[in-house]
Design a binder for this molecule. Structure first.
Ligand SMILES: [Zn+2]
Length: 543
């Protein structure tokens, strides 16, 4: 008999469950003796698993992961706030407003009421707390309100009471976004002991399967193990939805007959794998390793920053990806569950984008040093704009144009020229990947140098800034319109007036608008004083 239990990387649902399960294991096994994470799997000592109180660990992990953001936490804080107001002799009306909110939070919905019904069969409540709460807003005496609040608080913070209330809060609002109609989320179980319901639905069948030594006849459609009993996976939201599964890049066209009890247990942990971001949930899925999955999804949102933008999430993905040092390029799938929706919205970051991110590491690092730039009255975070453009497959010229224009319009913005080079570099990396040409850098470097040499000559002949700016504008407009003739016309006139030869950097690209544009921007970068750096060792920093 095998002495260990192995969970492997799989599709989105499996992987979110696996990240959740590792959190449960951390909770269970603080010394990391009984489980190991190796590459694409997690291996756990079977005896350890069989003897563990999984249900308790799952409940503890759910509470630990989500308690900060829960209504029940808010309710407990409200009591403290009201008590403080009473001690500070605040206005009675003000206190009554707070009491109303507190009462509504606790008794407004059904979840805490049923939670209370469950717990009151276990923990005697001779004070009849819920009755007290209902009557508290009609009280006129602060002392009497305080007395009641202290009694209510005492009951609500009993660990067993807290556990049920927290779990009710998590079940309705977090877990039910991902699965339902099973365990404590089965309607007929609403007033029953939550731990028992979970145990019967998930832990017990899982352990029975582990104890079963006979090889079964049915393949589990998730882990492909042969088992005796298959279970429906319809309790997992979005999963029966074929469209959703097939759009996932990691869906392997498995036979969809049912899942084993081990996978059923794993799926009960899907919500634990997700990052909660305000009302949304995000899971970052890639198939390189369990460690990569854990790292990618370990996004600690601070209290001030409990709700972050999509953009910031992509920044996080990119920086985590760069830190992994993984050279295996596998698609990254980002699963978003928005607002009240129950379906997964998938974004894919493909291999090409990942390679671009990897190749542009130095430039991105330079840009990530926080350039928030004021352009036309708006504050623009250049790094976020750039990463967003990469993820959305947009070109970077719009950002480049904004920077050039801002650097021209306002003398205080002239330092922005330093940002042109790293941004252009990323555009060039793109071209290198597409054309599989490693030597393209030389040409861009050359174009940048020729631009810089014209700038030098303009200054040497005593041309003032406004003249240089005029030329820049004309060149930029030609590039925006992709008008090669206009661009060359401006360069030619400039060369004539400076009595110098026409730059040669454009000669090979007269019939390729795309390349001409890139060369043109490199030339312009040089002309603005931000010469293209062939070595590219310092990211974009080359003054
Ligand atoms: Zn299975």
């Amino acid at each position: 008999m095998d002495k260990s239990v192995v969970f492997e990387i799989g599709d989105l649902y499996n992987n979110a469950g696996l990240v959740g399960f590792v959190k449960v294991l951390e909770q269970l096994d603080k010394y990391e003796k009984y489980y190991e994470i190796n590459g694409d799997n997690v291996t756990i000592d079977k005896e350890f698993l069989l003897n563990a109180n999984l249900t308790q660990a799952v409940f503890d992990t759910y509470i630990k992961t989500f308690y900060k953001d829960l209504k029940y936490t808010k309710i407990l804080n409200e009591i403290d706030l009201i008590l403080k107001q009473i001690d500070e002799n605040s206005d009675l009306d003000e206190i009554k407003d707070l009491l109303k909110e507190f009462k509504n939070d606790l008794t407004g919905g059904n979840k805490f009421k049923t939670g209370y019904e469950i717990i009151s069969t276990k923990i005697q409540d001779e004070n009849n707390i819920f009755e007290k709460i209902k009557l508290i807003t009609s009280k006129q005496e602060c002392e009497s309100i305080k007395e009641d609040l202290l009694i209510i608080k005492k009951y609500l913070i009993i660990p067993e009471v807290k556990e049920i209330m927290y779990m009710k809060d998590i079940a309705y609002g977090i877990i039910d976004r991902f699965w339902s109609d099973k365990g404590f989320l089965l309607r007929s179980n609403a007033k029953k002991n939550m731990q028992e319901s979970y145990y019967k639905a998930f832990e017990e069948p899982f352990k029975q399967q582990l104890n079963n030594t006979k090889v079964g006849k049915n393949y589990c459609s998730n882990c492909l193990e042969l088992v005796n009993t298959l279970n429906a996976y319809t309790f997992v939201k979005g999963m029966g939805d074929d469209f959703n599964r097939k759009t996932s890049v990691f869906w392997n066209f498995k036979q969809d007959k049912g899942i084993c009890a081990k996978c059923m247990f794993l799926y009960s942990l899907i919500p634990l794998g997700f990052i909660k971001n305000g009302r949304d949930f995000i899971f970052i899925n890639n198939n390189t390793s369990v460690d990569a999955l854990i790292n990618m999804n370990n996004l600690k949102l601070t209290e001030e920053n409990s709700n972050i933008s999509r953009n910031q999430i992509y920044n996080h993905i990119i920086s985590r990806y760069l830190k992994t040092n993984e050279n295996k390029l596998d698609n990254i799938e980002v699963a978003n569950v928005y607002g009240n929706e129950e379906k997964y919205n998938l974004d894919i970051i493909n291999r090409y984008q990942l390679q671009l991110i990897r190749d542009s590491e130095k430039d991105l690092e330079f840009l990530s040093k926080g350039y928030v730039v004021r352009i036309n009255g708006d504050y623009v975070n250049i790094y976020q704009e750039v990463t967003d453009a990469i993820i959305r497959n947009k070109n970077l010229y719009t950002i480049l144009n904004k920077i050039i224009e801002a650097s021209i319009k306002d003398k205080d913005n002239s330092y922005l020229v330093r940002l042109m080079n790293p941004i252009l570099n990323i555009e060039i990396h793109k071209e290198k990947i597409i054309r599989e040409d490693e030597n393209m850098d030389k040409e861009f470097y050359f174009a940048g140098k020729q631009g810089a040499s014209l700038l030098f000559k303009m200054k040497a002949t005593g041309q003032d800034d406004s003249y240089v700016i005029g030329i820049t504008y004309k060149l930029l407009n030609a590039l925006k319109k992709e008008n090669i003739d206009d661009f060359l016309d401006v360069v030619m006139r400039l060369c004539n007036s400076l009595k110098t030869d026409m730059p040669t950097c454009f000669i090979n690209h007269m019939h390729d608008k795309k390349m001409f544009k890139k060369i043109g921007y490199a030339f312009l970068t040089g002309l603005r004083g931000g010469i293209y750096n062939k070595e590219n060792k310092e990211g974009g920093n080359n003054e």
